[in-house]
Each structure stands twice: as C-alpha cells, then as structure tokens.
Design a protein around this ligand. Structure first.
Ligand SMILES: [Zn+2]
Length: 297
C-alpha cells in the first residue's frame, strides 16, 4: 500500500478521512477516501501502488476479453446502440474544435472509440493504453496503430491536435507526471478532452459509499469541478468548456443499485439517472463531466 503524505494537487499535508468505500467488482476490500483540507481534492488513501494494483483489475469490467462477450442479450444490444451513438456524439463535439489533425485516444481500452475516430476519417488517429492485452486486442481486432503508455515519452513533442482521455485520468498513479506529458505532447493550438466522474453529483451523494463512480481502488481520485480546475491550472492548462456525459448518470446509477443489491436495478437506476441529470443542470454537477482543456498561455 502506498500512503500519500501530501495532496497531489496542492501539496498540502493535512487531510480528513471522509468515507470508506468497498471494491465491489474484484476483491471486496475496503478503502478510505481522504479530502485535502486546503483544496478539497478527494482521493483514495492509502492506495495500492502501481506494482500492486493489477489484481484489482481482475474482473469482467476491466479485462480486455470482456469485449468478446457478444451473446444475444437484450441489455448488451442496448449497451451497443448507446455506445455507438455516444461515440458519434463525442466525435461531432470534438470536430467543433478541430476539423482534422493528429489525434490520440489515451487509454483506448478495447478500441471502440478509436475505431469510431478512424472510420470518421477526419483525423490521423492512434490509440495508447497501459495494458498489453488491450493493445494486442485492438491491433488484432481492428489492425490499428496502438502503442503502450510507456512509449509516450518517446513521442514527438507538440505533435497532437487532439488528445482524449475517457474515464482514464482517475486511474493514473503519477498524475502530475501524466499532466506534464500531455503538456509536452499537445500542440500549442491543441485540445484535451478529459472525462472523469464528478464526486459532487447528485447520484454520488445519493448512493454514498455504493456510488459506482468511486470504484475503489481503481479510481485513485474523485474530482469535483474545483479540484479538477486546480490540477489543470497547476500544469499550465485552462478549461474552456465543461459538458455533461448524458449516458453516465443512468449507467453509474444502475451499477450503484447493483452494489446496493437492490431489485429492479434498471428502473431504479434510470430514475436516479434522470433525477441526477435534472438536479445537475444549474451547477453543472453531472454524474460525470467532460472537460475541454487548452494550454493556458
Ligand atoms: Zn490539496
């Protein structure tokens, strides 16, 4: 276990333990979340270090082979349709910023989004992932150009117009180092699209320790808008737009219902997702947020 002795965002050394959560998908182990007394950053602490986190990813949710599970299940079909629609919407939004150029999907997983970007045809896209299994899967399935995260350091500086990270940054141990890599790789006119769960959302408060967005210990950080903005500022970035991820509220709510061992998870989750979306409107406190980020200078 790795015990953080200072806040990774602001460097402050005083934290307050806020909530204990359970790993519902792999081990059943409990983990505490601490909040920085200075900047309100919420993080899993202590946390398994990078060399010991592997076993916590040994579940259907994270193993690359999960993508092979086609079947005829109705739920899988809905999931497929929603995913494909959501990929198209993401690309459409990105194209309001860039109509072409070099594109990296960092944390590409099984490559579904990368596949959407390549097929769209506007960008010269590559995928990058931490998992060798995932990289091999994408190469084998789609034949695309995918690299391991360890290769980021040897990439050409200032070469990417767009870098996307869909629910990835909350998993990265060396988060400051990662932000510096992004700072280096992104062109001066480039744009980052970073989606993370929002621990200030209605569904986070409603489900408490059962909230699927905590997903301990795989999620090392539990951002709110303030702590995310601070992290960006620290690394010379600015947020130019904040958007909701419309399908995340019902999805996260349904999974939270499963953690609570409730019945009727789809109906309950759909209702919670709807309430969360309605409540989020004013303060943009959606279940997950997509931040559009550019160089500050
Ligand atoms: Zn702090």
């Amino acid at each position: 276990m790795e015990n953080l002795n200072k806040c990774l965002v602001c460097g402050h050394t005083n934290f307050t333990k806020e909530i204990t959560c359970t790993d519902f998908v792999a081990t059943g182990h409990n983990f505490d979340l601490c909040r920085c007394d200075n900047c309100s950053f919420l993080f899993t602490n202590p946390r398994p270090d990078a060399n010991h986190i592997g076993p916590y990813y040994q579940s259907d949710r994270y193993i690359s082979h999960a993508g092979d599970k086609k079947g005829f299940s109705f739920i899988y079909r809905i999931y497929d349709v929603v995913r494909n629609y959501s990929i198209k919407q993401k690309i459409k939004h990105i194209k309001t910023y860039h109509d072409g150029g070099k594109f990296m999907d960092l944390g590409c997983g099984l490559g579904y989004f990368l596949d959407g970007v390549v097929k769209d045809g506007a960008f010269d896209a590559i995928g990058v992932d931490i998992s060798e299994d995932a990289v091999n899967y994408v190469k084998k399935t789609f034949g695309y150009n995918v690299k391991l995260e360890s290769e980021l350091d040897s990439m050409q500086p200032k070469s990417f117009d767009v870098i996307t990270q869909w629910h990835v940054l909350e998993h990265v141990h060396l988060i400051n180092e990662r932000m510096q890599q992004l700072k280096l790789l992104l062109k001066n006119t480039g744009t980052l699209f970073i989606a993370v769960p929002n621990s200030e959302s209605w569904d986070a408060k409603f489900y408490g320790p059962f909230w699927d967005g905590y997903d301990v210990p795989r999620h090392l950080y539990h951002f709110n808008q303030a702590s995310f903005a601070l992290l960006m500022q620290k690394h010379g970035f600015k947020i130019v737009e904040t958007r909701s991820m419309p399908f995340d509220a019902p999805y996260i709510s349904m999974r939270s219902e499963v953690h609570k061992k409730n019945n009727f998870v789809f109906i309950r989750g759909a209702i919670s997702g709807l309430i969360s979306t309605i409540k989020a409107k004013k303060a943009m406190n959606h279940s997950s947020l997509l931040y559009v980020v550019k160089h500050a200078d």
